[in-house]
Write a protein that binds this ligand. Structure first.
Ligand code: SF4
Length: 335
């Protein structure tokens, strides 16, 4: 269980062209540090199991805040860490706000995971997006965090101004070479009221289509998972503020974006499993957790393969002995 504290834009010295944390997080103001124990207590009281929880500070540039503010947020978590009810603390921040002094402050307050808003490893994309840092800052920050023993997360945003399939492939390859512990993929959206909306309305920025974003992210997920890097999230959480009509002016928004990506990956794996078989009623097995994404929304994957391979039917069954993400050809229905 994660106990989230959203600190929208706190510490941000740059206004990145795509960003509106108030809309993304659905939170207008950062919490008062003195309220932190009460919030933690209330989450712990309502948790379904006695398993320890994690406290997370998201939505701003945590390590760009003055030391005394960072400490004011982190110090109230200490008694919960001591009692064992909170197992870990994570923060998110910018890659150019990690230095030895900050690492010492975070260590001193028991922060275990630092997520970096990497967005892209292309300096042209970063400049066009108003990020105010370069890819070299990410390389330095990840190295510093890793050597200080932190878990490292990298958040990437495919489809920013100047991005391209080739450019994003390089971003993925460079990120893999940094060996973070986890990544999150958030395709760029044109949020209402952002500078990116102005660029879009002027015809100076074209967001990815939903299909493009799904294809880019599916390739990235496969590459990260093959490299042993956890993909913690794909696509923004479908919070109420994003569901407001007009909140997303343009771009590849879908409330179940992550599932579309997983379905695309499973479609390719089913296709590979069927390609070398000359059968009319194949049966494929997948891990139970993959069933929904394998079948696809509205059975789209099944229909597509039935047409493509001119099948009479296609059955997918669950097999908990299989690893997640695996598709196995079992035989033919009626065999
Ligand atoms: S992307 Fe990060 S650094 Fe940029 S404005 Fe948003 S919260 Fe601040």
């Amino acid at each position: 269980m994660i106990i989230p504290f959203f600190i929208p834009h706190a510490g941000c010295v740059h206004r990145c062209v795509f960003c509106d944390q108030k809309r993304i997080t659905g939170t207008a103001v950062a919490p008062d540090p003195k309220d932190i124990p009460v919030v933690i207590e209330s989450y712990l009281a309502s948790r379904p199991s006695r398993k320890p929880a994690e406290v997370a500070f998201f939505g701003g540039s945590f390590t760009a805040l003055p030391d005394r503010v960072q400490e004011a947020y982190l110090a109230p978590v200490r008694p919960f860490r001591a009692s064992g009810s909170i197992s870990s603390i994570r923060i998110s921040t910018r890659p150019d706000c990690i230095d030895p002094h900050i690492l010492a402050l975070l260590k001193n307050h028991d922060v275990s995971t630092v997520e970096l808003g990497v967005q892209s490893m292309d300096d042209g994309v970063l400049a066009a997006s108003g990020r105010g840092h370069a890819s070299g800052d990410t390389i330095t920050a990840v190295a510093r965090l890793r050597s200080a023993g932190f878990r490292v997360g990298c958040q990437l945003m495919p489809g920013l101004p100047g991005d391209s399939p080739d450019c994003f492939r390089k971003t993925v390859a460079t990120t893999i070479s940094l060996a973070p512990d986890l990544v999150r993929l958030y395709p760029a959206l044109v949020l209402k009221g952002t500078p990116l909306e102005i660029l879009y309305r002027r015809g100076e920025y074209l967001p990815l289509s939903l299909d493009e974003a799904v294809t880019w992210c599916a390739s990235a997920v496969v590459a990260f998972e093959q490299a042993g890097i956890q993909v913690a999230r794909v696509g923004l959480q479908a919070g109420e503020s994003l569901a407001d009509p007009g909140a997303v002016a343009a771009g590849p928004w879908h409330p179940a974006f992550g599932q579309l990506v997983r379905s695309t990956i499973m479609l390719e794996r089913m296709r590979a499993a069927l390609t070398v078989r000359d059968v009319r009623n194949p049966v494929l097995a997948v891990h139970p957790r993959d069933l929904a994404s394998t079948v696809g929304q509205h059975r789209r994957n099944i229909q597509e393969l039935v047409e493509e391979f001119r099948l009479d039917g296609l059955r997918v069954i669950a097999d908990s002995d299989l690893a997640q993400g695996t598709v196995r050809f079992i035989g033919c229905a009626g065999d």
